[in-house]
Write a protein that binds this ligand. Structure first.
Ligand SMILES: CC(C)=CCC/C(C)=C/CC/C(C)=C/CC/C(C)=C/[C@@H]1[C@@H](COP(=O)(O)OP(=O)(O)O)[C@]1(C)CC/C=C(\C)CC/C=C(\C)CCC=C(C)C
Length: 592
């Protein structure tokens, strides 16, 4: 009996597990636990017979003085623990590194691609087939290697065991394995592999485990690391990451195509996951994928705060928030960027008509798709058509448009100013931002199938509305000069007058000490509303809490920066530097 193998864990495998758990802890969801638990089970069940065979046939062995003693099918307990901890560590690294990627946009519909007058067959089926041939060739070669025996035995046994699983996972998830950024694929394989190569070198040198010489080629990757050992760790990490990718591929299919899977559960059963993976790629809706791609690039271009926050949401809710953002952004931009008031009015009218056709499609003669294609520029089609209308009610969307209508009421005449008193400001902010908060909460409650009591629901919605108003006040405080350039002043005229200014003077000179006082007053209002409502986030489903805190805190940080002593809004908009943004996100995630 000895503790050498146990010490390998204490020194080398448990510390990274603790570190990775600490880093990922605030984002750990039930879905992650399910995913990792599933993979660990598969890893243990599939490795035990193989490893047991290797030990019984003396391919490798463990001197009795290095292990504690208990075994499972002749495998030391420390070794079984290795399967568990390696799967856990590599999975967590994958989860951390893949977090920023919104994976559903990497699904490919393998229909004809290119222009409609010159369609080309998709290349993806060929890639799939090439991979399948490659893995099959390895399986055949490895069987021959085992058959020839001697030096090729250990390498053959590794390949013949791992490659059929890789072939299966490739067949299911080749689109993700090939298409996702390397932060989701090669890096989470390479880093733990390199690390375990180093650990293995140390363990072999100390004699913690011993490889028989007659069954290896005798080549070394570096001094102390046999080529077969290197291959083993590479293969096992590939299996874990391919397994994670296949799982995520299935989830992406489930959450992306409501026409195929109308209301997927938050924790899908293994059979549902397999059913999703078995859907032929030609059945994927290309418009849906394009809509999501547009939404991601819109969010990335237009809002750093919400882009960062969106990465902390997972699964269905991430998709739905992206689509909601895309709709709101497009609607706001159509109005703000219109060259004339008449045109802006026309867009609002058309959006109202679109909502009418979308929500009342069974009563209407025109279908929403036809209406959108006839009345809106192609660049905004997907944002309108992919709005998750089955999950949000029409009322907040109508109110959002009422808010945009208020934007149009600005003119040079003070009598027409839509925001005279603080109550008008509240109404405006409630329409353009309170409604957004209500829709976000509606999506969260829907996607997490959360049942709040009537009172709790009302309390959370009310807090969300106030939080929306708070964020809008920060937005207005940030943009006083930018808005003035567009001929708009959102500060109540009563405030302007009490600061000894006139509406025209703010339009002309939107800076100076008195403007700073008004900015402070608006920020005080924002922070009061924020302090008063943020506690309600903790009444929402646990998975949504930390990400929502990130969304809210990232935006409020703009307000904190504006409030800093001596901070001056220079040309353009105040933006929060990246480092500060990340530290805000970390604190929000950890509820610090
Ligand atoms: C994580 C993620 C993807 C979230 C998406 C949130 C979302 C759907 C945002 C839509 C934003 C938008 C374009 C709305 C149109 C109207 C508008 C301009 C509103 C202002 C947003 C500012 O965005 P930005 O600075 O990019 O705008 P401009 O460049 O100035 O045009 C707003 C300030 C409103 C944003 C309000 C929210 C996102 C609501 C936040 C509150 C919650 C999520 C609820 C919190 C819950 C409780 C219980 C307190």
């Amino acid at each position: 009996m000895g503790f050498d193998y146990a010490l390998v864990h204490i020194k080398y495998t448990i510390p990274p597990a603790v570190l990775l758990t600490f880093l990922y802890r605030p984002l750990f969801t039930r879905l992650d636990i399910y995913k990792i638990g599933f993979l660990i089970t598969v890893a243990v069940v599939s490795t035990i017979p193989w490893d047991s065979y290797l030990i019984r046939h003396d391919i490798w062995s463990y001197p009795s003085h290095v292990i504690i003693g208990p075994t499972v099918f002749d495998i030391p307990l420390e070794e079984v623990f290795f399967f568990v901890i390696q799967t856990y560590n590599t999975s967590l690294l994958y989860l951390i590194l893949s977090k920023p990627t919104f994976q559903p946009v990497y699904l490919r519909s393998e229909k004809l691609v290119g222009h409609s007058h010159d369609p080309k067959p998709s290349q993806w089926p060929y890639y799939k087939l090439l991979g399948q041939l490659f893995f099959t060739a390895i399986i055949v070669t490895s069987a021959l290697m085992i058959n020839t025996g001697q030096e090729a035995t250990y390498a053959g046994l590794i390949l013949v065991w791992a490659t059929p699983f890789l072939l299966l996972l490739w067949t299911f998830a080749y689109q993700f394995i090939l298409g996702l950024p390397i932060s989701n694929t090669a890096i989470p394989i390479a880093l733990p592999t390199l690390y375990l190569w180093i650990v293995d070198t140390l363990a072999l040198k100390r004699g913690t485990w011993v490889i028989s010489h007659g069954t290896t080629f005798g080549y070394h990757l570096w001094d102390g690391l046999e080529i077969e050992e290197a291959l083993f760790f590479l293969m096992t990490n590939m299996l874990i990451v391919f397994g994670q990718l296949a799982f995520d591929n299935a989830l992406s299919i489930l959450y992306t195509f409501p026409n195929l899977f109308p209301d997927p559960p938050t924790l899908p059963s293994p059979s549902l996951l397999v059913r999703a993976l078995l859907v032929p790629a030609s059945k994927y809706d290309p418009d849906r994928i394009r809509g999501l791609q547009d939404a991601v690039s819109r969010l990335k271009r237009k809002s750093r705060s919400f882009f960062l926050a969106s990465a902390t949401f997972q699964g269905q809710i991430r998709t739905d928030l992206l689509l909601l953002y895309s709709f709101c952004r497009v609607a706001d931009d159509l109005v703000d960027d219109a060259p004339s008031q008449e045109e802006a009015s026309l867009w609002i009218e058309r959006m109202r008509a679109f909502l009418q056709t979308a929500y009342e499609s069974e009563k209407s003669d025109t279908c929403p798709e036809e209406y959108v294609r006839k009345n809106f520029p192609p660049s905004v089609h997907s944002a309108l058509l992919q709005l998750p209308i089955t999950k949000v009610s029409r009322k907040p969307l109508d109110e959002l448009l009422d808010g945009f209508d208020m934007d149009l009421a600005f003119s040079n005449k003070l009598s027409d100013h839509p925001i005279k008193e603080e109550a008008d400001l509240d109404l405006y902010a409630q329409r353009v931002a309170g409604t957004v908060a209500l829709m976000c909460i509606a999506l969260i409650l829907h996607d997490y199938k959360s049942i709040l009591s009537k009172d709790d629901r009302a309390r959370v919605l009310d807090a969300g509305n106030r939080m929306g108003i708070a964020l809008q006040c920060v937005n207005i405080a940030r943009d006083i000069a930018v808005d003035a350039e567009m001929g708009r002043v959102y500060l109540p005229t009563s405030w302007i007058a009490s600061a000894g200014l006139s509406y025209q003077s703010v339009l002309k000179t939107p800076h100076g000490t008195r403007i700073e006082k008004l900015r402070s007053k608006l920020l005080d209002k924002a922070f009061l509303l924020y302090e008063d409502s943020r506690g309600a986030i903790e009444a929402l489903p646990i998975e949504a809490r930390a990400p929502l805190r990130v969304a809210v805190e990232s935006y409020m940080e703009i307000g904190r920066m504006l409030r800093q002593e001596g901070y001056e809004v220079k040309a353009g908009r105040a933006t929060v530097p990246m480092c500060r943004r990340l530290s805000v996100a970390w604190r929000a995630l950890n509820h610090l």
